[in-house]
Ligand binder design. Structure first.
Ligand code: B4P
Length: 231
């Protein structure tokens, strides 16, 4: 009688072990499958007027990425006369960067509203090291990361010429005044250039010649993307 009870006790323990093993391994399976991701995320980087917005339009069409331009998002806020827009306007008009917490908040909500995206193209973001760290944290929450930073190289004189030219038709007040354009370039050198250094430490930066025809620059960008993109 005693040995029969012992047998049943052992059997129950064995069954429990098997159930536990199955239960925990299935949790690991479920968890890891939730975090497995095939997202492809790019940063298009460069000084004001380097061609980020111009090239982004073509890249999102070709690769089906979601375009996140903080400049565009901020201008929408200004047009809609939101509190955020009113605050941002005062910085943008002077050629200064908008505070980090404002743009990080905008990107956080844009990422949350696109859970099914196959990837994002970040244009004009991040512009400071703090924004880069925040972006890495937000992507990390979804077990994804930046695949590459494509950095457009353009000389200062060419930048000023392009922006003054755009200012003739764009209606953008930050493009019409040369001293404001130069202030934006100085902000870039003081605060934004460090973003490339930040990602260089992770070996993610690819330099692209940003002068020449728009088609040729687009081809150079695509070549670099195709080298890195997993089908
Ligand atoms: P953005 O909207 O990002 O403005 P941008 O840098 O001037 O634009 P972009 O670089 O995309 O213009 P593109 O060369 O395509 O930012 C505006 C402001 O918003 C900032 O100054 C800041 O205040 C604020 N802001 C935005 N993001 C922020 C952030 N993350 N943190 C804090 N503040 C932020 O176009 C320029 C011109 O060049 C166009 O006319 C185009 O046609 C021309 N062009 C392009 N490629 C050319 C080529 N190959 N040859 C000749 N012309 C070319």
């Amino acid at each position: 009688m005693y040995s029969q009870r012992l047998e049943v006790g052992r059997l129950v323990q064995d069954v429990r072990k098997i159930v536990n093993r199955f239960y925990y391994s299935s949790i690991i399976f479920v968890d890891s499958s939730r975090f497995v991701t095939k997202m492809f995320n790019l940063i298009l980087f460069g000084p004001p007027g380097s061609g980020k917005g111009t090239q982004s339009e073509r890249l999102i069409e070709k690769y089906g990425l979601i375009h996140l331009s903080t400049g565009n998002l901020l201008r929408e806020e200004i047009i809609n006369q939101t509190q955020l827009g009113l605050e941002a306007k005062s910085y943008m008009e002077k050629g200064q960067l908008v505070p980090d917490e404002v743009v990080i908040g905008m990107i956080r909500s844009a990422l949350r509203s696109n859970p099914e995206a196959k990837g994002f193209l970040f244009d004009g973001f991040p512009r400071t090291v703090a924004q880069s760290e925040a972006l890495d944290g937000l992507l990390g929450e979804n077990n994804t990361e930046i695949s590459a930073v494509l950095a457009l190289d353009v000389t200062e004189e060419q930048l000023v010429e392009r922006l003054l030219n755009r200012g003739k038709t764009s209606g953008r007040s930050d493009d019409t005044n040369e001293s404001i354009i130069r202030a934006r370039i100085t902000e870039y050198e003081n605060k934004t250039a460090a973003v490339a250094k930040y990602y260089e430490a992770f070996d993610k930066v690819v330099r692209i010649q940003g002068e020449g025809s728009i088609d040729r620059i687009f081809d150079s960008l695509c070549k670099e993307i195709d080298l890195r993109k997993v089908a």
